[in-house]
Design a protein around this ligand. Structure first.
Ligand code: NAI
Length: 703
């Protein structure tokens, strides 16, 4: 292997060349190489300037995130190396291209001058991992870009393009060309005009134009809007410290960074970062599997889901045809898509040309023959087994050989639907979440006969349309909705026992859940939820318990469908949920009918335990049964699809933080006080076993 860092002579310019593919990430080897290169540069006074240049597709695009977990982690060596780079008395230039992110931008800011290709993007995305830039990014960026832009970039983690970076003073020159050439030309021009060193650390941060209470307000806002994220608060404090002398600010940044690095929130967010990368790996799939090409898509059903799914493909530039049963349904579906795009345009997120381009990629028809040329067809018709079987049979006949047939069913047996097509190897579940154009999660359901290349193609396509895909085996509700079912079950039992929807939702929202279970189902539709329960009952899946989901079934009968009818678990004023005495009356009536004792002492802790511990227990069962490949896949499903807080790392990661023995013990406790006639509280053998052995479920993998 060649050295990741070299010092090369180009006339009187020394080029410190980093070559650490794929993204030139900072690693101990890169840092050691930089130190050696600086030794050589310092020892040779015949050089007039130093140019930092990276090989390949990008300048340094970040650091090695796994190193943050090491017990002996320290940023001191890298930071010291950057300090030494900056302290050179001859000019130091960085030639930027690609994505100059995190430790990469911090390296660039330690150089005296920066020149960039127009396509370059720069940013400090550490906040996305619950961290702050810990190699003086919080100290150097405000000194060149000003406090407001620096705080904005560091707090949001957003990157900016070269032109904007130049306007902000982050980049000195933007030029087309090869990075090495533009860097050398810039360095030679500096030498020719006798320019010297220019150190950002020696600049005094300007506070001109900022209100006296600027940081106080920013801190208040961070605490209010990002209460669950200590990174938000620490970032404000670190940027504020850039107004101090550099060495003092450096110490503040180091302390605040270390606080975050060891915080449970950042550990959870880092866990999800790796979980997302893991989710794409499918055990047992041959490495050389030949992907099928997907250049055109068909969708059957232009309802809530069909329209949203179509937008994903239009956004990715893939022509898509929608098939409906009536012109009215088609017009309505495409009308909603257009309205969605126009709303984005009104917010400035799309130009009118982009709206026109995307709409031009979408075509509606009543004729199934239009599907014959499609590489992938997704059915999104009503959730009804007989109808879906008919549609699948038709697709099996109409679709060309080699086309992939997918179903968006949220609960039905994908293997039954696959058989209905007559070509089950071509069939896979693609379970999108509502709104399908917004939610990042895609559950990819692998049927018993799904061909490896079909699975691999869909996983790759998911990435192309910006989704995070998780593979699930076939079972009722797959990973997400199966776990949501036990969560909803307990929410309803708690309601019948006397807790209000607001108390139930409030308890989990206080942990950071985007929305509690009652608000969630009111939004998705009580009718949708009830029909699923009823269908599942017909298929023999429900426990022989009349009180099971009695609330949702009764509300469905009463026409309380949630937000869309103005009442469900809550009553609605527009979209605002209000407490409803009718719900309390209904809950009491059902409690009496089913012999459930009502009480007034239901604590927030009990609500949290009864909602989350059965959900975690169900997750363990899903692992035991091989429905999910790994615990972290479950964490992705819940954080990307159900609003589970990322700062808790997902339900399985959270389970380890709580402690499996505690969870097992509380499940047993509720089994005793609530009764366990239907097995609701039976601890999964996997969870029980891990708890006994003192092991973490996050570390578990199938034998
Ligand atoms: P929807 O009722 O909004 O839309 C279904 C559409 O299918 C209607 O426009 C209907 O005219 C059309 N349709 C019915 N039979 C057809 C046929 N033979 N050929 C062509 N079009 C036909 O339903 P929604 O909510 O979009 O659900 C569709 C599927 O997506 C269901 O399987 C559902 O379980 C699943 N799903 C729904 C989610 C949701 O939150 N609504 C979330 C995830 C999956």
């Amino acid at each position: 292997m060649t050295d990741p860092v070299n010092l090369e002579r180009h006339g009187d310019i020394a080029v410190l060349r980093i070559a650490n593919p794929p993204v030139n990430a900072i690693s101990p080897g890169v840092v050691a190489g930089m130190v050696a290169a600086l030794d050589a540069f310092e020892a040779d006074r015949s050089y007039a300037a130093l140019l930092v240049h990276c090989e390949g597709r990008t300048f340094v695009a970040g650091g090695d995130i796994s190193s943050f977990d090491a017990a002996d982690f320290t940023a001191t060596v890298y930071n010291g190396t950057l300090m030494r780079l900056e302290s050179q008395d001859r000019p130091v230039v960085a030639a930027l291209h690609g994505t100059v992110l995190g430790g990469g931008l911090e390296l660039a800011l330690a150089c005296h001058y920066r020149v960039a290709l127009p396509s370059t993007q720069v940013g400090l995305p550490e906040v996305k991992l619950g961290l702050l830039p810990g190699s003086l990014g919080t100290q150097r960026l405000p000194r060149v870009a000003g406090i407001e832009l620096a705080l904005d970039m560091i707090s949001t983690g957003r990157s900016i393009k070269a032109a904007a970076a130049q306007r902000a003073g982050i980049v000195d020159e933007v030029k087309e060309g090869a990075p090495l050439d533009i860097g050398l030309a810039f360095a030679q021009a500096l030498v020719a005009r006798g320019a010297g060193a220019r150190r950002i650390s020696e600049i005094k941060v300007s506070q001109v134009g900022l209100p006296a209470d600027y940081f106080e307000r920013a801190l208040d806002e961070a605490k209010r809007k990002k209460a669950f994220y200590p990174s938000a608060r620490n970032i404000v404090l670190a940027v504020q410290a850039s107004t101090l002398p550099f060495v003092e600010g450096e110490a503040v940044e180091a302390r605040l960074f270390e606080e975050l690095r060891t915080s449970p929130e950042s550990k959870a967010q880092r866990h999800l970062f790796f979980a997302e990368r893991q989710a794409g790996k499918i055990p047992g799939l041959p490495k050389d599997v030949q992907l099928r090409s997907v250049a055109s898509v068909g969708i059957v059903g232009a309802g809530t889901m069909g329209g949203g799914i179509a937008m994903n493909f239009a956004n990715a530039g893939i022509p898509t045809v929608l098939v409906e049963t009536t012109q009215a349904a088609l017009d309505r579906g495409l009308g909603i898509v257009r309205a969605n795009y126009e709303a984005s345009a009104a917010k400035g997120r799309l130009t009118s040309e982009q709206v026109a381009q995307r709409m031009a990629l979408l075509r509606g028809t009543l004729d199934y023959e239009a599907l014959t040329s499609c590489d992938l067809v997704i059915e999104a018709v009503f959730e009804n087994m007989d109808l879906k079987k008919q549609v699948c049979a038709r697709l099996g006949a109409v679709c060309k050989p080699g086309a992939i047939i997918a179903t968006n069913t949220s609960t039905l047996d994908v293997d039954v639907l696959a058989d209905a097509t007559g070509r089950p190897a071509d069939v896979v579940g693609m379970h999108f979440f509502s709104p399908a154009n917004v939610m990042r999660l895609l559950e990819v359901v692998r049927g018993a006969k799904t061909a490896p290349e079909v699975l691999a193609t869909v996983m790759q396509l998911a990435r192309k349309i910006g989704k995070v895909a998780v593979v699930s085996g076939v079972c009722y509700g797959f990973i997400g909705n199966r776990m949501a079912e036990v969560y909803m079950r307990e929410a309803e039992f708690l309601m019948m026992e006397g807790a209000t929807p607001a108390e139930i939702d409030g308890a989990v929202e206080a942990l950071g859940m985007a929305m509690g279970p009652c608000r969630m189902l009111d939004m998705a539709g009580i009718d949708v939820g009830a029909k699923t329960v009823i269908e599942y009952g017909k298929a023999g899946g429900l426990p022989p318990d009349d009180s099971y989901r009695a609330m949702v079934r009764t509300m469905f009968e009463l026409g309380r469908f949630g937000q869309k009818t103005g009442a469900g678990y809550y009553r609605y004023d527009g979209r605002k949920p209000l407490g409803d005495l009718e719900t309390a009356r209904l809950a009491k009536e059902l409690a009496i009918a089913h012999g459930i004792a009502q009480r007034i002492d239901i604590s927030q802790q009990e609500i949290v335990e009864r909602l989350l511990y059965p959900l975690i227990n169900e997750g363990a069962k899903i692992l035991e049964e091989g429905i999910a490949y790994r615990p972290s896949d479950i964490d992705i499903v819940w954080t990307a699809g159900y609003g589970f807080p990322d700062h808790k790392g997902g339900p399985m990661f959270m389970a380890d933080a709580i402690g499996l023995p505690v969870i097992a013990e509380r499940l047993k406790h509720y089994g005793q006080v609530r009764g366990n006639a239907f097995g609701y509280w039976t601890v999964s053998p996997l969870l029980a076993d891990l708890a006994k052995r003192g092991e973490r479920i996050s570390d578990w993998h199938p034998a």
